[in-house]
Design a protein around this ligand. Structure first.
Ligand code: LIP
Length: 274
C-alpha cells in the first residue's frame, strides 16, 4: 500500500467524485448517437457538470488556490503561487462519439512548475497519479517508461489536425519523418492519456502541437516522474505557453525531437524555394 500525500488524495478524491456523473452521462451519450438531437449539447453539459464538481471539491480543500479550466477559464486565487489546471473531459470528441477513451485531468502548478498531476480514465478505473520527487503510479503500481532503445522498435502517439485546425502540411511532414523510422504511430484522441501511456511504457513517445495547457499539464509531471523526458519542439520547457509537447523515454526523446526538427527544417526550406 503506497502512502500518498494529502494533496494527491485531494486530487484523486475530487476526480473520482466528478467521474461518477461522467460515467453515467457517457452511458447516455451512447444512446444519443442515434437521436436526431445528437449528443453535442449533452456533452457540453457533461463537461460543465464535471468541471463544477472538480472546482467545488478542490476549492473546499485548498480555498486560496487559483484555477485554469478548459470551460471556466482563468480564476485567480489569494495564493498566487498555486494554480489548478483542469480538463474535465480530455478526449471530448471520443466522448461525443461514444468511444470509451477519455479522462479527467488535473494538474497542480506551483510558481510556474507542474508539481503534481492525476489523469483518471473512469471507464477502466485507471487512476494515473504523480507528484514531483515521489514517482508516478497507475493505481497502486509504480510506473516506469519503456526500456526500448531502438527507434525501429518504438511506437509513438500523436494528434492529427482536422478541419478548422492549422498545421496540416507540417503534420504530414512530421508523420512522414517519424513513420519512416519507427514501428508504428497511434492516434487515440486524448493528450492526457497519451502522456499517461508514455509514463506507463505502453508506447515509447508522443508528440503534438496546437494543444492547450489543460491537455498536458498533469501528463508532464507523470512522464518525468516515470523517468521520461518532456520538452517543447525547441527542446525547452515552454510546453504550456507554446501549446506543443514532445515526450518519450530517456533513450528516444532526443531522437524523436531530431526527426521532428528535421521535418520542420525541410518544410521551411521547401517553402523558401516556392
Ligand atoms: C483533445 C486533446 C487531443 C487533441 C484533440 C483535443 P480535448 O483535447 O486531448 O490530444 O488531439 O484535438 O484537443 O478537446 O478533448 O480536451
Amino acid at each position: 500500500m503506497i502512502v500518498r500525500s494529502a494533496i494527491l488524495n485531494v486530487m484523486m478524491n475530487a476526480a473520482r467524485k466528478a467521474a461518477r456523473g461522467l460515467v453515467r452521462d457517457f452511458g447516455e451519450v451512447e444512446n444519443l448517437q442515434v437521436s436526431l438531437k445528437g449528443p453535442s449539447d449533452f456533452v457540453s453539459s457533461a463537461d460543465l457538470k464535471t468541471e463544477k464538481v472538480l472546482r467545488q471539491e478542490l476549492q473546499k480543500a485548498r480555498p486560496g488556490f487559483g484555477f485554469l479550466m478548459e470551460e471556466g477559464g482563468e480564476v485567480g486565487g489569494d495564493d498566487k503561487s498555486h494554480r489548478w489546471i483542469i480538463d474535465p473531459i480530455d478526449g471530448t470528441t471520443n466522448f461525443l462519439h461514444g468511444i470509451p477513451h477519455f479522462a479527467i485531468s488535473v494538474g497542480l502548478e506551483r510558481d510556474g512548475e507542474i508539481i503534481a498531476g492525476i489523469i483518471y480514465e473512469p471507464v477502466h478505473d485507471e487512476m494515473f497519479h504523480a507528484e514531483k520527487g515521489a514517482g508516478a503510479y497507475l493505481n497502486e503500481r509504480r510506473l516506469r517508461v519503456s526500456a526500448r532503445r531502438k527507434m525501429d522498435e518504438a511506437i509513438f502517439a500523436t494528434g492529427i489536425p482536422f478541419k478548422g485546425r492549422p498545421g496540416h502540411a507540417q503534420f504530414l511532414g512530421d508523420v512522414a519523418a517519424v513513420m519512416a523510422n519507427c514501428a508504428g504511430i497511434r492516434r487515440f484522441g486524448s493528450a492526457a492519456l497519451d502522456l499517461a501511456y508514455v509514463a506507463a511504457g505502453r508506447y515509447e513517445g508522443y508528440w503534438e502541437e496546437g494543444i492547450r495547457p489543460w491537455d498536458i499539464a498533469a501528463g508532464i509531471v507523470m512522464v518525468r516522474e516515470a523517468g521520461g523526458y518532456v520538452t517543447d519542439l525547441d527542446g525547452k520547457s515552454d510546453m504550456l505557453a507554446k501549446g506543443e509537447v514532445v515526450a518519450a523515454n530517456d533513450h528516444l526523446q532526443r531522437p524523436l525531437l531530431a526527426l521532428l526538427r528535421g521535418a520542420r527544417d525541410a518544410l521551411a526550406a521547401k517553402d523558401a524555394r516556392a
